[in-house]
Design a protein around this ligand. Sequence first.
Ligand SMILES: Nc1ncnc2c1ncn2[C@@H]1O[C@H](COP(=O)(O)OP(=O)(O)OP(=O)(O)O)[C@@H](O)[C@H]1O
Ligand SMILES: [Mg+2]
Length: 279
Amino acid sequence: MKTLVLCNQKGGVGKSAVATLLAHHLAQRGRRVLAIDLDHQANFTKPLRLSGRAAITAFAADALLTGTPPPLPDKPFVLVPGDRALLGLERQPALHTPFARSFRAFLVAARDAFDVCIIDTNPNPDIRVIAALASADYVLSPIQLNQEAMDGVSGLLNHDRVGLRKIKAVLNPKLALIGLLPTMVEPTPFQKANFLQVVQQYHPLMIRIGAGPGAFASIPRRSCIAEAQAEGAVLWEMKKTAARDAWREIESSVARIGDIVTGAASTTNRKEAADAAAT
Ligand SMILES: Nc1ncnc2c1ncn2[C@@H]1O[C@H](COP(=O)(O)OP(=O)(O)OP(=O)(O)O)[C@@H](O)[C@H]1O
Ligand SMILES: [Mg+2]
């Protein structure tokens, strides 16, 4: 099992929406998917619950940090839901190290039953995010192309508690940054200029989906993506033409990320990104 964490301290950048798309995509491709929602807002839990596709554990994700949870259902697509108890974990600093250890032990125990584990995180840099990053194989950072979010990319790499360089150096040398995924991209001159700026400034962190100069993974802003998220629909199965069009636009980006996590993609971009995160 390979573990992917969706992470960015910025709120509302599309972490949960991308986690949901990836989980459905990989399940559809026949991968055994374990979905974990570490966010008490439960925006990964809600769409997966509504979709009816995942078996949902009776316990919430805080149990993965606080002790030994009961066995997981023997199903190919399982969700450990988020709930408000997750909020209490940060307030128990003396237990943070045991929390991270329990989470890691849980992932090790689940490793033969699933191909991929997708973890959605909360935006505040707390023990949930640290525990996830400390045990994951991959991290993916959705970003928005506004100035504030772009300024935040440096924090993503260098934050003193959850910065990816620090986590990699101190807690988890195997952690590989798949890269930055611009989301909710709009065809405005402002966003186009920001896209160029991200590509220039963080070139090795962009996710290649082809050979062309602008061929990097990204997700446009489409109302049907928000609708799929709100209704628990699987985007490419929605009746609207707009939804199928949106899926066609994003499929290569979602598939590329899925291929990297499952080991089906070439490692070139992955190595570049890992090297960039390490320097
Ligand atoms: N590509 C998209 N096009 C249109 N709407 C989107 C897109 N991606 C996400 N959204 C919507 O934007 C809002 C924020 O997205 P999402 O919840 O995925 O962000 P998040 O990073 O998980 O937020 P948080 O930091 O609060 O967890 C949601 O209402 C979601 O449905
Ligand atoms: Mg979210």
